[in-house]
Design a protein around this ligand. Structure first.
Ligand code: PHE
Length: 344
């Protein structure tokens, strides 16, 4: 038994030297020092020895047990250190990995166009004037020289509300009256404003027309404003928006609230006037309606038309955005499809 003890001791020490993990360490501890471990069993079997051998054996067995326990402790310390080092190494943060992209929102293409319009018109001395979406029939039509039952009302298919006389504005032009009345100081002050906003028309929705769309109205009132001012201002705007080589054309047209009235075209910048699908082979693209403010409208805004004159225009930012980006269908603008919106 004495010999067995020494053998077990040597073997256990040798095994311990090879142990690399705390799992194996625990296994070793159970096998050697545990309740049913080799040393423990030997100590318990001491009764089988001859009486005179017991004391010496017991002393040595206890010694061996303590030596092994000490060896175990120092091995355990080493193994733990290694395991910590290994886990630190494996779990190391790779600072060269690219970060995860943060999803961020973007500006709607119409918003982007509006911001550019504000910048350009702002540089040219026009201030933004906000006007309401829900309008009176009187502002939207009557005061703009479109009396009730006048056939010109058919130019705008209207959304009516349940409140008599209240409608959704069909264009931003009623803001002309509000701007003149609010900024004109009883027809004594000049005005230079742009009026952005949503407009609504009771219309069939198609690739080219929506029932809601933006307009940017422009209004200039002064003592000596002439048609050449309108033409020069719009031409300058087109150069700033579409590029220095932009060509502008004015076509005679009709609006009840301007006289004379015109439509404004820019030379198609996609084909350089040669004709293409975007300009429908005309070489020109319509960007705005405009004209000299009608005397009746000036009077309704509080101005004396013999002393004051002005010009006005209304442009369509969605159309301008479609032309700029080659968007074929206006319905994309309000259908909230991220596949469309994320392209801008
Ligand atoms: N309000 C007109 C429209 O919606 C556009 C326009 C504005 C024309 C100002 C002339 C002057 O069609």
């Amino acid at each position: 038994m004495q010999q067995q003890l020494e053998q077990t001791y040597q073997q256990a020490l040798a095994d311990l030297e090879h142990i690399q993990s705390s799992d194996a360490l625990r296994e070793w501890e159970l096998k050697i020092l545990g309740q049913k471990g080799a040393i423990t069993l030997m100590l318990r079997g001491i009764g089988q020895l001859a009486k005179e051998e017991r004391a010496a054996f017991g002393k040595r067995a206890n010694e061996v047990r303590d030596l092994l326990a000490t060896a175990y402790e120092s091995r355990a310390e080493l193994v733990q250190e290694h395991e910590l080092a290994r886990s630190l190494e494996e779990g190391q943060i790779d600072v060269t990995l690219p970060g995860r992209a943060h999803p961020t929102g973007g500006l709607h293409p119409s918003t982007q166009t509006f911001r550019e319009l504000y910048r350009i018109w702002g540089d040219m001395g026009f201030q933004v004037f906000r006007s309401r979406d829900v309008e009176t029939d009187e502002m939207n039509f009557t005061l703009l020289n479109i009396p009730e039952h006048h056939p010109a009302r058919d130019m705008w298919d209207t959304f009516y509300t349940t409140t008599p006389g209240m409608i959704l504005r069909t264009h931003t032009s009623p803001g002309q009256i509000r701007a003149m009345r609010e900024l004109g100081a009883e027809g004594t002050q000049p005005i230079r404003v742009i009026l952005p906003g949503m407009c609504y028309r009771y219309e069939q929705i198609t690739a080219r027309s929506e029932m809601q769309f933006h307009q940017l109205e422009g209004l200039a009132i002064g003592r000596n404003i002439r048609m050449s001012d309108l033409k020069g201002t719009v031409t300058e705007f087109a150069r700033r928006f579409y590029g220095a080589n932009a060509k502008v054309r004015f076509r005679a047209s009709y609006f009840p609230f301007t006289e004379p009235s015109m439509e404004i075209d820019v030379e198609c910048f996609l084909c350089g006037g040669q004709g293409c699908r975007v300009c429908k082979y005309a070489g020109w693209l319509e960007i705005a309606g405009a004209g000299m403010v009608h005397p009746t409208v000036l009077r309704n805004g509080g101005y004396d038309p013999t002393q004051w004159s002005g010009f006005a225009f209304g442009m369509g930012p969605e159309r301008m955005t479609m032309l700029k980006h080659g968007i074929q269908d206006i319905r994309y603008f309000w259908s909230n499809d991220l596949r469309f919106l994320e392209q801008f």
